[in-house]
Design a binder for this molecule. Structure first.
Ligand code: SAM
Length: 215
């Protein structure tokens, strides 16, 4: 199995453990609120990429019940849970490397911790693909794990110690450059310390950016 298949297998097998651990985590709610504030609309259409068990969608819908939300994830078990947790939203099993095949556009796009499973080339393409799916002045939120890409490799997770995922670390400079290249203007980059199970801390980067229309 390649690294994508191993990561997918872990998320598929551990979907319920992930849900139990992260469904009600409020650590990132300020970022979700900041994103919704930027949408400036009661009935915004929003795509949730790498939606997992639908935790971001559920929080956002609890605050903004009139949003039209769609979620995608590569793990079928995650999509099953996401649909149960969010009866008013729509979900599909899809690789985030294929989102350009979605035939609708959105006012905003979340990608909460999808990028740690993508190499630099795939992250850059994803940012470009998100641009293509956004309405004018559309907003993106994405989170990534900060570090030298050479640190990337297999790690056990806090929700499934017997299974591994391949984690890609990214530099802020690379992601900022990709945003600029794909015609986004940065609104905020927030760093958040996350306590790992082994007592160390990892640094999460949370980006908010807006689509700039090209004349
Ligand atoms: C850390 S969870 C994030 C869940 C949720 N967005 C959050 O922020 O809590 C990562 C999710 O990415 C999904 N994933 C990994 N690689 C993917 C890919 N290539 N395409 C779509 N989803 C992927 C996994 O199945 C998993 O549900």
């Amino acid at each position: 199995m390649d690294k994508y298949a191993i990561t997918l297998d872990t998320y598929n097998k551990s979907a319920r453990q992930y849900q139990d651990k992260f469904m009600n985590l409020d650590l990132y709610n300020d970022g979700y609120d900041g994103f919704c504030f930027l949408l400036e609309k009661d009935n915004a259409s929003v795509l949730d990429i790498a939606c997992g068990p639908g935790n971001i969608t559920r929080y956002v819908l609890s605050e903004h019940p009139h949003y039209h939300m769609m979620g995608i994830d590569l793990a079928p078990c995650m999509i099953e849970l996401a649909a149960m947790n969010n009866p008013s939203a729509s979900f599909a099993v899809m690789d985030c490397r294929n989102i350009s095949s979605i035939d609708q556009t959105f006012d905003g796009i979340f990608c909460g911790f999808g990028m740690p499973y993508l190499n630099e080339e795939a992250c850059d393409r994803l940012i470009g693909d998100m641009y293509g799916l956004l309405n004018p002045r559309g907003v993106i939120y994405f989170s990534a794990m900060e570090g030298d890409p050479s640190r990337s490799g297999y790690e056990t997770t806090s929700f499934s110690e017997e299974n591994k995922v391949f984690i890609h670390y990214h530099s802020a400079a690379f992601l900022l450059e990709s945003l600029e290249k794909h015609h986004f203007t940065l609104i905020d980059l927030h760093r958040q310390q996350y306590p790992e199970a082994n007592g160390s801390f990892s640094t999460d980067m949370i980006f908010l950016a807006r689509k700039v229309s090209i004349e």
